[in-house]
Ligand binder design. Structure first.
Ligand SMILES: [Zn+2]
Length: 261
């Protein structure tokens, strides 16, 4: 193996280990529990999980998805989050190399993964993630010098402001709450790192993908979709897409619209 391949494997495994911690955050943050203590236990029999049964993805496969003690099924969610986080770390490493950008973007993606699954489970986005993330990612972005600080500041205002307008407009027209304040704070956090261009991209991407998925679910359920689709996961996906391909996608899109004229 070349040094780069060894490094890639190390990054993949390290990312999966972080994913294991993200599972803890997804499960405990909405319940208001400490993410540091106590150590993970089987939700069924409360038996603490031993370190050799806590190896990301691998333990799930070796145990065939069951608790060693009580044989209760382990949710597929756990290895899935570990795998996604590991692959995200690897993808960032391959895109940005061994740099500070990789580190900051990985922290950003990790927070977005936690937000995504909490939003799917509970239809909430904890302020401890989104609001805390605004100053942290604003400073981190300035440190990276990937985004000019004025662009990041406009990103926070444009991100929060645009969805706040949507939320207020929706309530004015329908008299109901359609867009949650959690989404408002999340897009402000996204803007803090990737700036107002990133916010525009994220809004466009999440609206299109959210509409497509919403239509698909509506058709599949025979037009009787009652559950509200959380928007946070689509915002997260849009922001992650921007980190990897945003500038290229914007150029391609602008190139397309110019050539159509
Ligand atoms: Zn058990």
């Amino acid at each position: 193996m070349s040094p780069n391949q060894i490094m890639s494997l190390f990054v993949l495994l390290g990312g999966a280990c972080v994913g294991s911690f993200l599972n803890v955050c997804i499960y405990r943050l909405p319940a208001g529990l400490s993410i540091a203590y106590p150590p993970s236990a089987c939700p069924q029999c409360r038996q603490p999980i031993r370190f050799f049964d806590n190896i990301p993805v691998l333990s799930y496969l070796l145990l065939r998805g069951r608790c060693r003690n009580c044989r209760a099924a382990i949710a597929l969610r756990y290895p899935l989050v570990e795998l996604i986080t590991g692959l995200a770390a690897l993808a960032l490493f391959l895109r940005y190399g061994l740099t500070a950008a990789t580190l900051v973007y990985f922290l950003f993606v990790a927070v977005l993964i936690v937000i995504t699954f909490i939003d799917i489970d509970h239809q909430i986005i904890p302020d401890v993630l989104s609001l805390t993330g605004i100053p942290i990612f604003f400073l981190a972005g300035g440190w990276l010098a990937e985004t000019v600080w004025t662009e990041a500041l406009i990103g926070i205002l444009a991100g929060g402001g645009s969805l706040l307008l949507v939320a207020l407009g929706y309530r004015l027209i329908t008299g109901k709450d359609g867009m949650g304040m959690g989404d408002v704070k999340l897009l402000a956090m996204i803007g803090a790192l990737i700036g107002w261009r990133g916010v525009l991209f994220t809004l466009f991407f999440s609206s299109v993908s959210g509409t497509l998925v919403g239509l698909f679910l509506m058709v599949r359920s025979g037009g009787s979709l009652k559950t509200k689709l959380p928007f946070g996961p689509f915002l997260a996906l849009g922001a992650i897409a921007y980190i990897f391909y945003g500038p290229e996608l914007i150029d391609a899109y602008l190139g397309l619209t110019v050539s159509l004229r």
